[in-house]
Design a protein around this ligand. Structure first.
Ligand code: ADP
Length: 252
């Protein structure tokens, strides 16, 4: 019992360090618990599309599917296979980010230019979802890993489009506040309630699981964003109101 320092003289010597030891012990337990949760979640998330794929394939193999429905079964198999691939890609990405704290390759570049590129690449996706996406602001030079920043902006924009409303909008802004460059992605979407705001950056946490799945979400996008922000010693801020929209800001 690490809380009982009266048992042996050696423990008495450790007593002055009790608070630190207790804190470290709690940290170790917390990260062990998080690892266990993550492994359990990964297994569950991977099993779901795999079970569906093998189920549909078995029905087809046994001749249980009428010829006119073969096409739609094949589509279901393809959809689940694509989902499996996105999940595996995001899981691999998170584990790469976990081990990349040793050396972060950085370069100087214009955050505004990067935002422009991302927004332009998102235009078709936004149109498909009946959402408009625009950028504003101006030149802001940052020193960062360009690929990761690109990924961060893409993840935020994809969410801002996916959790939006019909004819909604997304505004990406690059500016500076008290000398610190920032990028914000603001949407006019469904918003996130206070109780969920604290948790959306956790791995596999979704407010509405079926909406996330329908729109191709893995539940890992914001966990990847949080990781990239931490690697850059940047700051992450979320403001949201249910029914009105969400703004996520990353300040460098
Ligand atoms: P997902 O792949 O499910 O989108 P994320 O990690 O990117 O996973 O986001 C976690 C959850 O946070 C989402 O499932 C969604 O419920 C919520 N969320 C993220 N971005 C937004 C947003 N811009 N507006 C409303 N809800 C959002």
């Amino acid at each position: 019992d690490i809380n009982d320092f009266s048992i042996t003289p050696a423990y008495k010597e450790l007593a002055p360090f009790a608070a630190t030891i207790r804190e470290q012990h709690a940290d170790i337990l917390k990260s062990a618990r998080m690892r266990q949760d993550f492994t359990a979640n990964v297994s569950h998330e991977l099993k779901t599309p795999l079970t569906a794929i093998s189920g549909y394939a078995e029905l087809m193999e046994n001749g249980m599917v009428p010829p006119e429905e073969i096409g739609s079964f094949a589509q279901k198999i393809e959809k689940n296979a694509r989902r499996l691939l996105s999940l595996i890609n995001d899981i691999i990405r998170l584990s790469e980010l976990d081990s990349s704290n040793t050396q972060l390759l950085v370069e100087k570049f214009d955050l505004f230019e990067e935002a422009q590129i991302c927004v332009e690449n998102m235009q078709i996706y936004a149109e498909k979802n009946d959402v408009t996406i625009t950028y504003e602001g101006g030149h802001q030079e940052i020193t960062a890993n360009r690929e990761m920043i690109n990924e961060l902006i893409n993840n935020l924009c994809a969410n801002a489009i996916r959790y939006n409303k019909k004819n909604g909008s997304v505004k990406v802004r690059v500016d500076s506040s008290q000398g610190h460059p920032y990028i914000s992605v603001a949407d006019t979407g469904i918003g996130i309630s206070k109780e969920h705001q604290k948790r959306v950056f956790e791995r596999f946490y979704r407010v509405d699981k079926s909406r996330s799945k329908q729109t191709g979400g893995t539940g890992l996008g914001l966990a990847i964003v949080k990781h990239i922000v931490a690697l850059h010693d940047a700051q992450l801020n979320l403001e949201s109101e249910v029914g009105k929209g969400t703004t996520i800001t990353v300040t460098f």
